[in-house]
Design a protein. Structure first.
Length: 131
C-alpha cells in the first residue's frame, strides 16, 4: 500500500480524503453486513457476493431475510448498483419497502436460480430499477 491508503483490521481500505477515489471493501468483510431500507428497517444480511468474471465487477449481493442465526428463510439477488453504502453505520441501503421486497423475485437457499440466464437477470434488474 502507498501513503494514500490505510487498511484496517476489518478489511476496509480507506483512501486518503485528499486523493480522488472511493472506499474499497474486502468481499469477506461485507458478507454479513446488514441491508436497511430508507425507512431504517432491517431487510436482512448479505449472505454472498456474485461476481461477473467476464466484466470484472460485482453483479449481485445475495440478501438473506428471516430465519434463525443467519440462516435465511428466503434469498434475494440484489443488483449491486441498487445498493448505497452507508459507511457511517457500516451497512448498505436499498430503496425498497418491506412489502415490495416480499414480492421480489426470490429463491430458496437449496435452489439457486441460474443467475447467468438473461431472462432471469432482466426480471431482477427491472424489479429493482423501476420506481
Amino acid at each position: 500500500m502507498n501513503d494514500t491508503t490505510m487498511q484496517s483490521k476489518t478489511g476496509h481500505v480507506a483512501i486518503d480524503d485528499k486523493q480522488p477515489g472511493a472506499m474499497l471493501l474486502s468481499g469477506s468483510t461485507i458478507t454479513g453486513d446488514d441491508i436497511f431500507n430508507m425507512k431504517d428497517e432491517n431487510l436482512g444480511k448479505i449472505q454472498d457476493i456474485m461476481l461477473d468474471v467476464e466484466e470484472g465487477k460485482i453483479r449481485y449481493v445475495v440478501l438473506a431475510t428471516g430465519g434463525f442465526m443467519g440462516m435465511g428463510d428466503r434469498l434475494f439477488a440484489i443488483p449491486w448498483k441498487a445498493l448505497k453504502h452507508d459507511a457511517t453505520n457500516r451497512r448498505f441501503l436499498l430503496d425498497v419497502e418491506i412489502d415490495r421486497l416480499k414480492k421480489a423475485p426470490g429463491f430458496d437457499k437449496d435452489q439457486w436460480p441460474d443467475m447467468a440466464d438473461p431472462t432471469w437477470n432482466s426480471t431482477v434488474e427491472t424489479f429493482y430499477t423501476r420506481n
